[in-house]
Design a protein around this ligand. Structure first.
Ligand code: HPA
Length: 281
């Protein structure tokens, strides 16, 4: 459903007010959206405050296995604070893009400055392998949809936002630096966002490769567009959980994808922790 700018503004402030009260004066500048199988980052935080999506006014719960569905505030090493979205909603669950990006806009309303979007994806670049963490340097929105359709909410951003620097250079550099600090060789690539929920055909994968895509997944592009539109600094980390259709030997299965993400979680958590500590310095 598309909301009028007035209704959107009212709902955003109701959600943000509710969350602010739960955070009891704790302020956050950095938020992370955790992709499939990557939710454990939030489990390890200190002094946690957990808010199930179901309790937050105007939030939708997520129905996907491997996505917990709660907002988790916490600290790393006693001081660096972060707000983690453990689970997200997707358009393939039947949500409009407007609903998909509602939490992104709530983060902005809360005063968040940096949003790191993470996801599980299928590798299309032959240099990638399952288990790689890849910095998203740009995206191809091939969903055929856009979260900014409808009357523009002018209070959030412009009608026709420039997308040249969707993935923020400084925030991306902070992730690269964190990778270096922990001795991890971070690759980078272009993320192709599709609607799903069916995985791609081998021919589609060939097409996306020709178009310049390095990995493919069913999330992130809507949040990146809406986040950039409202002035959040956006960065993205993709966990290659499988080689895309036709490039590997196995048929694709969500359970295997979660398992692969789970195998990488130690490095993933280490990279995020180091990034957030760096941002708080
Ligand atoms: N395709 C689309 N989405 C995905 C994939 C894939 O191969 N792997 C994880 N998410």
């Amino acid at each position: 459903m598309m909301l009028s700018p007035e209704t959107l503004q009212k709902e955003l402030s109701e959600s943000a007010e509710f969350i602010k009260e739960k955070l009891k004066g704790n302020h956050v500048t950095t938020a992370v959206t955790l992709g499939s199988g990557l939710g454990d980052f939030a489990e390890d935080l200190e002094d946690k405050i957990e808010i199930p999506y179901g309790e937050i006014p105007h939030f939708h719960g997520t129905s996907v296995a491997g996505h917990a569905g709660k907002l988790v505030y916490g600290k790393i090493k006693g001081k660096s604070s972060v707000l983690a979205m453990q689970g997200r909603i997707h358009a393939y669950e039947g949500h409009s893009f407007c609903e998909v990006v509602f939490p992104t806009r709530v983060l902005k309303t809360l005063g968040v400055k940096n949003l790191i979007l993470t996801n599980a994806s299928g590798g299309m670049n032959p240099k990638f392998k399952a288990g790689d963490l890849v910095l998203i340097k740009d995206h191809l929105n091939l969903t055929g949809n856009n979260p900014l359709l409808g009357k523009n909410p002018d209070f959030l951003g412009p009608r026709f936002p420039d997308m040249t620097h969707t993935f923020n250079t400084e925030l991306s550099e902070a992730i690269r630096k964190a990778a270096k600090n922990i001795g991890y060789t971070l690759k980078d690539g272009v993320y192709v966002g599709v609607l799903g929920p069916s995985y791609e055909t081998p021919s589609e994968i060939k097409m996306y490769q020709v178009l310049g895509g390095d990995m493919v997944g069913m999330s992130t592009v809507a949040e990146a567009i809406a986040g950039h539109h409202c002035g959040l600094r956006i960065a993205g980390i993709s966990c290659i959980t499988n080689m895309a259709a036709g490039l590997g030997t196995e048929e694709l299965d969500h359970a295997d994808i979660k398992e692969e993400a789970n195998r990488v979680k130690g490095t993933f958590i280490g990279l995020l922790n180091e990034t957030i500590i760096g941002l708080n310095q």
